[in-house]
Design a protein around this ligand. Structure first.
Ligand code: NAG
Ligand code: NAG
Ligand code: NAG
Length: 519
């Protein structure tokens, strides 16, 4: 009580640009206050001659906003103001474009929806605003598991009655009502922010009775015989129709979540094996024809793979080389697990071989030690580094896993606890915005849908990673990570301007400005 009184007093004396995130790295939202408002750029902030620097650092900044000056470009690089500062030179080529951005988001799993609903009304709203609201971090994508996955409290499908090929007993679960409620709220907020919410579904497993192993978990695949395959295609379409009729149009579908895990007979939770050839024939012979004759599935973006980077480019190579399949597939989903040990050039190579398909990062969470590590800055740096690596290797967006978990990292019916950018503490009626939340915000708030990734060059410096984009509104956004323990100054230039930006040790930064160059 005394503590919260003090924080209210503190809050009223803090200027808006200051943070009141606690010293252990988390920003607390309770019924009495919610720390760390995001100060969006105003029109004046981006007038010619002005730039903004947003910084999140190990020493406590959370998207802290600073004004910078844009100089018209002089012929010489500025000199280092002091010997102790490292000066990095970053050159942008605002005429060389790469892939366009679809966006950023997270998954509204059963677990996420259960956690959101465990909060008092005002805090549920605050949590949704944090991700999707006009003053939030600008998410525009939501992923929805189709029926149950490990982040459910039980194993269930939408058709439990064995042999019901006509899907007469199809019913959404009570968990779907919760997922629908929060996805609808996300949709309203994103639309208020002037964008469209892109929702995509991912199945973990067909109903147990349609599978060779008779369970949703463990190794197995769809039973042979067209009645199973046809019925399963209709099952996915029913998901699309039911969600659409609840007010949530579906933008995309991944064919199968992590299909490669379905070879493991003892896999602990819901999965289903589909080889690259099986994905191809399922789409060509069953799913696409069924979508084309459905009410709301005609224009769905179909994504294959939805699996580990390590399997690139071979897995999509096989699927997309099957007869008549290439033109039916819109995207290739990739999960981040193991990324630190796998060459990111596998992504660019995949894109080179399949230029018509976008690559979307469809799932990520920290799993290396079980569960939540409150306030952990290392995890924020991992997220940011992975996003930069992906965006500089042909990936068009990045979708996180559960948008909210409990302090243990669940609920999860097989105790596969992991971390999340927002942790909900229902006993204390609070939620915590973790460093990972701010790491994501550095991208999702400033790199908007339709942005084009642009080329840059930087003196090779281990510990510094950069991605630069040009937004549809012609602003340039640069995300720069300093993984070093020293502060640096970065001199940024494009053809017409130069900006000098002070970059803290161990920090994630976004620099945004409107290039003076004639467009
Ligand atoms: C199922 O079909 C696959 C491929 O068509 C075949 O290799 C396999 O032997 C079949 N299995 C059974 C049990 O009929
Ligand atoms: C189909 O989807 C694409 C991309 O999402 C969009 O540009 C197009 O307008 C859509 N067409 C229809 C008929 O909805
Ligand atoms: C922070 O997370 C990293 C990566 O998961 C882990 O190695 C480290 O032990 C964590 N730090 C703390 C203080 O728990």
């Amino acid at each position: 009580m005394i503590l919260s009184l003090i924080s209210i007093l503190l809050l009223s004396t803090l200027s808006q640009s200051e943070e009141d995130c606690s010293s252990d790295g988390i920003c607390i939202c309770s019924l009495s206050h919610c720390s760390s408002p995001l100060l969006l750029p105003t029109e004046r902030d981006l007038n010619p001659g002005h730039a903004l620097l947003y910084s999140t650092s190990i020493d406590g900044d959370r998207l802290a906003k600073t004004s910078l000056t844009v100089q018209s470009r002089s012929s010489k690089w500025t000199k280092s103001p002091s010997e102790s500062l490292v000066v990095l030179r970053l050159s942008l080529d605002t005429t060389e474009y790469h892939q366009s951005i679809i966006g950023f988001g997270g998954a509204i799993t059963d677990a996420a929806a259960i956690n959101i609903e465990s909060l008092p009304y005002e805090l549920r709203e605050e949590l949704m605003q944090s991700y999707f609201g006009p003053n939030g971090i600008g998410y525009n994508i939501v992923r929805i598991p189709i029926a149950s996955c490990d982040f459910s409290t039980r194993e269930y499908s939408y058709v439990e009655k064995e042999g019901d090929f006509q899907l007469e007993s199809f019913t959404l679960a009570p968990e779907d009502k919760q997922k629908i409620r929060w996805t609808k709220r996300a949709k309203d907020l994103v639309e208020r922010d002037g964008h469209t919410l892109k929702v995509f579904g991912s199945p973990w497993s067909a109903p147990a009775w349609m599978k060779t192993n008779g369970h949703m978990k463990g190794g197995g695949n769809l039973k042979n015989g067209s009645q199973y395959t046809k019925s399963y295609a209709q099952y996915l379409i029913r998901f699309i129709e039911e969600y659409t009729s609840e007010g949530i149009p579906i933008w995309g579908l991944t064919i199968q979540n992590e299909p490669s895990t379905g070879t493991d007979a003892d896999y602990r939770f819901q999965t289903m094996y589909m080889s690259p050839q099986m994905e191809a024939s399922f789409v060509r012979d069953y799913l696409k024809p069924a979508l084309l004759s459905s009410l709301n599935g005609k224009n769905i973006s179909l994504m294959i793979h939805d699996d580990f980077r390590a399997n690139l480019p071979e897995w999509p190579d096989i699927t997309l080389s099957q007869p008549e399949v290439e033109s039916l597939i819109d995207g290739i989903g990739v999960h981040w697990y193991g990324d630190r040990f796998v060459d990111p050039n596998k992504l660019s190579l995949t894109k080179e071989r399949h230029p018509r398909q976008f690559i979307l990062a469809t799932e990520a969470c920290v799993t290396d030690t079980a569960g939540v590590s409150l306030g952990n800055f290392t995890r924020a740096m991992w997220y940011a580094q992975d996003i930069v690596e992906d965006l500089t290797h042909s990936v068009s967006g990045w979708v996180d896993w559960n948008i909210a978990l409990d302090p243990q990292g669940g609920p999860n019916w097989v105790n596969n606890f992991v971390d999340s950018p927002i942790i909900v503490n229902k006993e204390k009626k609070e939620f915590y915005k973790q460093p990972m939340f701010y790491a994501l915000g550095h991208f999702s708030r400033f790199i908007r849908p339709g942005a084009l990734v642009i080329s840059h060059s930087i003196q090779s410096t281990p510990g510094i990673s950069v991605v630069a984009v040009k937004n549809v509104d012609k602003t340039i956004a640069i995300v720069l990570i300093n993984g070093m323990d020293t502060q640096v100054t970065v001199d940024i230039r494009d053809k017409s301007s130069s900006i000098s930006a002070p970059i803290k040790a161990q920090s994630i930064n976004t620099i945004i400005y409107r290039s003076a160059m004639k467009q």
